[in-house]
Ligand binder design. Structure first.
Ligand code: MSP
Length: 510
């Protein structure tokens, strides 16, 4: 069995999860489930990023200790995973001892090897935002924007990691490993960024400015810069399992350069560890062209949609609408249109028609197919095409296209039913029509079994419900299950199955 280790970014716990966080988990889950179905031994890690300025500030605002604040918000992220039906094998929190000890060991090792040094840092500091500013933060007229409040130039002693020394290595590594970053054009952006000289990375924060972090093992007056701490989660969670390097670190485009594409491979190189095999970079969910985020106040709460439409419908929408790598606009209209047309009309109706007709014309038992005429031949051929196209699309992260193929097939099953019109065949007493009737019942059930199997990584509960309604227990080899056959012959189907009920209109406001 091939082992496959995949991770999501770990979310900041300074606010509740939104649709963007949900998407990353669903995308990673779809890949993890797909690899499991393909026979890999998968390890799927997600978790939360609990240290740093933002979290300390949010806890202060609430007037509670940071650890208590983290405990509460982390639970929300865990609950989101459960509600989304995420199949993660582990959930890491950066405040856990297993993580802290790996971070401290890594720092000590790098310090001992001379990869970390102390120096004075001079810069413009915003007390209000509690951060150093950069030249690019200035307004065109040279002044500092209002949000920074009073800005003063200060000198601070800090610890630095020798990032710059590894710049030539990183460039060469990226040139030699063209598939390190997916999509590929993002790798070009990183190389573009690396045309400018790197600065060494300041990896410490004096305790008087920031308390909420991992103490430096060689100087307890400082805590670790949050990114240096957070990136190591991918390694700390599996350090004792022998699973490093990860096959994929899945992240959003905002955290590629510099943290994941520059700091992370260099940190690993300096520690004598290999980089992850690849970084999968997804785009953003937008609202009216703006990145959805807590701070812009345009965040959609995923739990509301899951409550109303179910996890599978929500997962379907996210994966069907987003071309991995690009941005996608979220609107409720778009969501409802996918829900109504693809799920309620095409798939939901197909399931009901199949169950109803098998009950009405087959005594509730799936008959054997007896003949192959044009309508069957066409559907078989479309299935072969669907199957042979969909799997490589999934391998290539084109899940939106794989779903498109699967739902084209589902539509075609509905068209097949119209063509065969079993309700007409049922009225005929001719032997040939009776054979056509039995064949049509077998064909719609088998093609529904196949179509629903193909969408399993995206809609696992739906697949399971459809198989159960068909009276079918699938075997363990998923790829084998995608072969057209007669597995359903003799299966006793259920009376009905409501999969995607029409949403109830909201009660009028009193
Ligand atoms: N804590 C850091 C990541 C550390 S990884 C070692 C962080 N956290 S975050 O909560 O701000 O973002 C977590 C993930 O959610 C990131 O990959 C980010 O790109 C993703 N998303 C946040 N908003 C998003 C959208 N609007 N759309 C899609 N994903 C986006 O960054």
């Amino acid at each position: 069995m091939k082992s496959f280790y995949i991770t999501t970014a770990i979310d900041y716990v300074n606010g509740s999860p939104h649709l963007g966080h949900a998407y990353e988990k669903v995308l990673t889950d779809v890949i993890a489930r797909f690899r499991r179905l393909m026979g890999d031994k998968v390890h799927f890690l997600t978790g939360v990023d609990e240290h740093g300025q933002k979290v300390q500030q949010s806890a202060r605002k609430r007037g509670i200790p940071p650890q208590q604040f983290c405990n509460e918000v982390s639970q929300e992220f865990r609950n989101l995973c459960t509600r989304l039906n995420i199949s993660n094998d582990d959930f890491i929190r950066t405040t856990e001892p297993r993580h802290k000890s790996v971070v401290r060991d890594a720092l000590q090792k790098l310090f001992d090897r001379g990869e970390i040094y102390r120096a004075d840092y001079k810069g413009f500091y915003s007390t209000r935002q509690e951060q150093f500013l950069q030249e690019k933060d200035r307004l065109p007229n040279g002044a500092w924007p209002e949000i920074f409040g009073e800005v003063t130039e200060i000198t601070e002693s800090n610890y630095f990691f020798k990032l710059k020394a590894y710049q030539p290595w990183l460039i060469e590594f990226l040139q030699q490993n063209e598939n390190f970053i997916f999509p590929r054009y993002r790798q070009k952006q990183v190389l573009e960024f690396l045309k400018e000289p790197l600065n060494d990375l300041c990896i410490s924060r004096p305790r008087e400015r920031l308390e909420w972090g991992i103490a430096l093992p060689f100087d307890e007056n400082y805590v670790t810069y949050v990114w240096f701490d957070a990136l190591l989660n991918y390694y700390s969670a599996v350090a004792d399992k022998g699973l490093w390097p990860a096959d994929f670190n899945v992240i959003g485009k905002d955290i590629l350069v510099p943290p994941h594409a520059v700091y992370w491979p260099i940190m690993l190189k300096a520690m004598g560890l290999p980089p992850p095999k690849s970084l999968l970079v997804h785009g953003w969910w937008l609202q009216s062209g703006q990145k959805m985020s807590k701070s812009s106040g345009n965040a959609v709460n995923p739990l509301d949609l899951i409550d109303q439409f179910g996890a599978d419908a929500f997962r379907y929408f996210l994966i069907r609408e987003m071309n991995v790598g690009q941005d996608s606009e979220f609107t409720l209209e778009l969501f409802l249109s996918r829900y109504n047309s693809d799920l309620a009309n095409d798939l939901g109706n197909l399931v009901n028609r199949t169950l109803n007709m098998t009950n009405r014309f087959g005594g509730g038992v799936v008959p054997a197919a007896e003949i192959v005429e044009d309508p069957e031949r066409e559907l078989h051929e479309l299935w072969e095409k669907t199957r042979t196209e969909a799997l490589p699309l999934c391998e290539g992260m084109q899940f939106h296209s794989a779903l498109d193929r699967a739902f084209t097939f589902i539509k075609a099953i509905n068209a097949y039913i119209e063509k065969r019109a079993p309700w007409k065949l049922g009225k005929s007493t001719e032997a040939a029509d009776q054979a056509r009737l039995r064949t049509s019942l077998a064909t719609m059930a088998e093609s529904l079994r196949l179509g629903s199997t193909l969408i399993q990584m995206v809609m696992p509960t739906t697949t399971q419900k459809i198989h159960a309604a068909l009276g079918y227990t699938p075997g363990s080899g998923w790829a084998d299950e995608l072969v057209w056959g007669s597995r359903l012959t003799g299966c006793k189907v259920e009376a009905g199955l409501v999969l995607f009920p029409r949403p109830q209109p909201a009660a009028p406001k009193a």
